[in-house]
Design a protein around this ligand. Structure first.
Ligand SMILES: [Fe+2]
Length: 195
């Protein structure tokens, strides 16, 4: 089948966006808040799209979500980046792939950041490997998109406000289309199976 990629992606939000993100927000509310922060702060279009889609890996792998609830890190940042790289450039997928590592990085270099983590984030930090060691932090700074990932991470932490009204998902359609056109075009054959 052929489907417009924005419709495919928005369909994932239709399926799973009402699921709880934790901390009194849904996945959709969280994604809109994180993207809204990126847009408000004048980030590049690629980083706004990355912000909107950074947790898409949580929509793709039901087993992963179940695993997380059993206390295993499902590595949603990797499955999400892998899913998106079929259509989007590294400017989008890089920050998505690194947004969990960015949390471990910030915990290593900013004691106040570590102390300010929400309860859920502090719990998941343990599963994700805890704060980086100094050597891991230096290595992380060599990643091409690490500064974008850190920026995304800060928005990720802020985007958990219950009931905050945000522009709807469809307000990002043109932005998504522009990022897709830069890479592969608007339509793409897709087999609609969940991974
Ligand atoms: Fe997030």
């Amino acid at each position: 089948m052929t489907i417009a990629i924005p419709d495919l992606i928005f369909g994932l939000f239709d399926q799973s966006g009402s699921e709880s993100y934790g901390e009194h927000t849904t996945q959709l509310q969280h994604a809109l808040q994180v993207a809204g922060l990126a847009r408000h702060h004048g980030c590049t279009p690629a980083l706004v799209v990355a912000s909107l889609l950074h947790d898409v890996g949580q929509f793709l792998d039901d087993a992963g979500n179940a695993a997380e609830s059993r206390g295993i890190d499902a590595r949603h940042e990797l499955s999400g980046a892998q899913f998106l790289e079929r259509w989007f450039s590294e400017e989008v997928t890089g920050p998505v792939r690194l947004h969990v590592a960015a949390k471990r990085y910030l915990c290593a270099i900013e004691p106040a950041y570590l102390q300010g983590l929400s309860r859920a984030s502090a719990l998941s930090l343990k599963l994700q490997g805890g704060p980086m060691t100094p050597a891991q932090a230096r290595q992380f700074e060599l990643e091409p998109f690490y500064t974008d990932a850190v920026t995304l991470r800060r928005f990720d932490d802020m985007g958990k406000q219950p009931g905050l009204a945000m522009p709807p998902l469809d307000s990002y359609r043109a932005l998504l289309e522009a990022q897709l056109r830069a890479r592969v075009g608007y339509f793409f054959s897709f087999s609609p199976t969940r991974r």
